[in-house]
Write a protein that binds this ligand. Structure first.
Ligand SMILES: [Zn+2]
Ligand SMILES: [Zn+2]
Length: 557
């Protein structure tokens, strides 16, 4: 039987600020799923990239007096390094500034245009006569209709009401404080309303694979019926429109960034030697998308609508691996509260595998989770130091010390064999369903099983009075260690590699029971995981705004 093709799209972080733990919790599942399917022998493509266009970046660039490209490049490089440090195995991590992406967006828009799904609409828009340009929601200030304070065009920070510029009184341009006027402007609209039926069909077909928030969020949009949306913005930074009459505008990021999945898949395929057009249109392709809950409608409404408009044969987001928010010590995490933990800060303080483990084991799959340093330390010390690491170290270090690192011949117990086989089957099924928390719990059950086996068999006593029994028990333990490394590889790739090197196992092992080679002699056995002490962790290390730090350093030079 040929194995299904697997396409995995990780959400595209926005290149305007460092990533925080919420982003990480939403993105890690994609990597675990990709690593699993590659081991399982499925042709797999796993892609993502940095989202580099849009108003927040241009506004920040204006404020700092620099080019938007400088900001986007700074954070893109930071994200790419974060992902490398944490062992993400993207086939391609790219960004929306790449020429191949821009060309692809234009190609797909022309495809949609051919279907007659775009129309032009002229509306009155705010214009600053002093600056001589149209101003967006975020470039406008005015009087809030609700509380009477000065508010931005999209939100009042005083009373937290979401606003549109037409509700504000005494509207001014944020930059020059001149009163704006209304002036006609023509935008291009996508007739999403026409695609409601198709998106509904898609939703009915796949929703049972999704988590409840993804189901309810999508249902909300479908109930109201999809609304046509402008695909153009009056900006200088972004992807050019390939359509006549709109040369002065750019493609709105909501449509451009999701088309990025196709751009990145195409480019990754080209580099690896996979025919992406065929791959993504095959009936045997399953697509997984991993992201946070605020991104759900982009993946369950906008993306399937666009894919339908481009070509109905393209594989739709079948498996939506969405997650809820990560709080900090049970409080909402926010920049203004100053309690945001950045990915930079985690990497400064902890081992990469330990970070991966915590955010998968404690993933906000169904409800918000809460990050706390004490909990991080407790889970690390209990599961990784006391469970996994302890089992590996007490067996291998003993052999290394007392038996010159020589491994006994494998005499596999039926019960151990069954336990290992069963763990592969159950964990595999859970990962395929995107149930990573349950998969991690199942794996931890196996760790506990192994440690019980060791404690009950007392190999340290057998070593003195029954060497044959010692060899048998130890061979089962080493068998379990080899398989632990293999089973945990999607979550803890760095430690899988360490153990495979120690036992002389092959680098690319398939998903399924593996035997070790008893002719291998152990070299020095390193401690797998160091115990963590919460008092020695400093989460302020590596936090803070890296762009400002960089700018300040440049200026002082
Ligand atoms: Zn102005
Ligand atoms: Zn207000």
């Amino acid at each position: 039987m040929t194995k299904k093709n697997i396409f995995i799209g990780g959400a595209w972080p926005y290149a305007n600020n460092s990533m925080h733990v919420g982003h990480l919790a939403a993105l890690l599942p994609g990597d675990v799923i990709a690593r699993y399917f590659r081991k399982n022998g499925n042709p797999t493509l796993y892609v993502s990239g940095s989202d580099c266009h849009g108003t927040p970046i241009t506004l920040r660039a204006e404020k700092l007096g620099i080019n938007p490209k400088e900001i986007a490049t700074h954070y893109h490089e930071e994200f790419a390094k974060n992902f490398r440090d944490l062992g993400f195995s993207y086939d391609l991590y790219t960004n929306t500034m790449q020429p191949f992406h821009k060309e692809n967006v234009q190609k797909q828009l022309l495809e949609i245009n051919k279907k007659g799904l775009f129309y032009a609409k002229t509306e009155m828009e705010d214009f600053c006569p002093e600056c001589g340009k149209y101003v967006s929601d975020r470039e406008i200030v005015g009087i809030c209709p609700v509380c009477g304070n000065i508010a931005d065009g999209d939100q009042c920070d005083k009373c937290l009401t979401a606003l549109t510029p037409d509700t504000l009184k005494d509207k001014k341009c944020k930059i020059c404080q001149t009163n704006t006027i209304l002036k006609e402007n023509t935008h291009l609209y996508l007739e999403l309303s026409k695609l409601t039926g198709k998106v509904q069909e898609y939703y009915d077909k796949y929703k049972e694979n999704w988590r409840s928030t993804a189901v309810s969020e999508t249902a909300k949009y479908l109930k109201e019926g999809l609304r046509d949306r402008a695909i153009t913005r009056q900006l200088k930074w972004g992807v050019d429109l390939p359509i006549k009459g709109f040369e002065d505008k750019k493609v709105y990021v909501w449509i451009e960034a999701v088309i990025g999945y196709l751009s990145a898949g195409q480019e990754a395929g080209r580099r690896i030697g996979i025919d992406f057009d065929k791959f993504i249109r095959s009936k045997d392709t399953i697509s997984y998308y991993s992201h946070g809950k605020d991104n759900i409608p982009f993946h369950t409404v906008i993306l399937p609508a666009l894919l339908t408009a481009i070509d109905e044969k393209i594989s739709k987001p079948e498996m939506i691996v969405s997650c809820e928010y990560v709080n900090m010590n049970d409080e909402k995490m926010s920049k203004s509260k100053g309690n945001l933990i950045t990915v930079n800060s985690l990497i400064e303080n902890f081992d990469a595998d330990s970070i991966r483990y915590y955010f998968i084991f404690n993933n906000p799959e169904r409800k918000d989770s809460s990050f706390s340093l004490d909990q991080f330390v407790t889970i690390h010390n209990k599961h990784l130091v006391g469970g996994y690491g302890n089992f590996v170290n007490r067996n291998l270090a003993f052999l290394s010390k007392k038996f010159e690192g020589k491994l006994p011949k494998l005499e596999l117990d039926k019960e151990v064999e069954a336990e290992v086989k069963n763990t592969y089957e159950e964990v595999g099924k859970l990962i395929e369903k995107g149930e990573l928390k349950f998969a991690t719990e199942k794996l931890y059950d196996f760790i506990q099983y192994a440690n019980r086996y060791y404690d009950q068999s007392t190999p340290w006593v057998l070593a003195k009075n029954n060497i044959e029994e010692f060899n048998r028990v130890t061979s089962n333990c080493i068998y379990m260690i080899a398989n632990m490394a293999n089973l945990y590889e999607p979550i803890l790739p760095k430690h899988a590699k360490m153990i495979k090197q120690l036992l002389g196992l092959k680098e690319n092992l398939p998903w399924g029971p593996v035997e070790y080679d008893s002719s291998v002699v152990l070299k020095e056995v390193p401690i797998m995981f160091d115990r963590l002490d919460a008092t020695k962790v400093d989460l302020s290390k590596g936090s803070g705004d890296t762009l400002s730090v960089k700018k300040n350093n440049e200026m002082s030079m």
